[in-house]
Design a protein around this ligand. Sequence first.
Ligand SMILES: [Zn+2]
Length: 315
Amino acid sequence: MIAAGLPAWFTPACDEVRAAFAADRLAHGLLIHEDPGAGGLELARWITQLVNCRTPAAAPCGECQDCRWIAADQHPDVAMLKPEGDSSQIVIGAVRDLAAELSLTAHGRGYKVAIVMPADAMNHFAANALLKTLEEPPPRTLLLLVSSSPSRLLPTLRSRCSKLRLAAPSRDAAAEFLESARGAGPWREALDATGAGPFTLLDADPAALAQLRGETLDTLREIGSGNVQPPAVAERWARGDLATRLACLESWVTDRILENGAIRDVTHLSGSVAQPNICRLFEFSDAIRDMRKLSHTSINKTMAVEALLWRWARQ
Ligand SMILES: [Zn+2]
């Protein structure tokens, strides 16, 4: 989709890869450590274009057949490995198929490339199988591992890869990018709602996210001032888009912590919750994070939400 013309926050990473490739010292394995939603997959596609472009002087040109095939995920020498179906894991069979594919001669004149995303979705057996390919890479092959949690990767796999960092852009840069990609909308509020980078919002409805954030934070204010009791909202939150509500709460609390406990922005929260102390913010932040982890399990969500909100209600 977006490949040749990447936004400015990609520049340091792109420059690093371009210099390594020009000096013929590009590693066989690259680990792209992206902040969530910063665009790790887009960077992987850009690197794939760089090494396969038919116009080396202008690579990646974005216009040759190879560049266009890569942008459309249709290049015969590029494989994408990701969790299939309902599974959250990449399994050994998929990695073995990939290794067999990489050992074949390329259809074109360029590199055979495998993009693994998220690389931390590989289970232990899959990661070990990929390690073999990294240790004895077929010539002119490139493995691109994309992860926002590289510490969850097998250490031996990590150490075999050259690291490439892709940090999230500022909120202004992210909003500007989304505006040019999707048109005008409350992108800043939508970004605040999820706390993630812009690439997670490319298909999102910014108005709906902004509204959910406003309503979630209004409710938090009411709970903090004692006007609303947690049981009155817990069931509704548990049934609705709980993951987004928790993301809204976490990004709000994180911002307050970054302000070092001094609440200056009282657009959404005012009155008795406007001055929570820093310890209370940290405790609430930990509780939200725990809840986000648990919300993927079979816990009783209504009870868990209620318990979480009581922590905010108790002063
Ligand atoms: Zn090209």
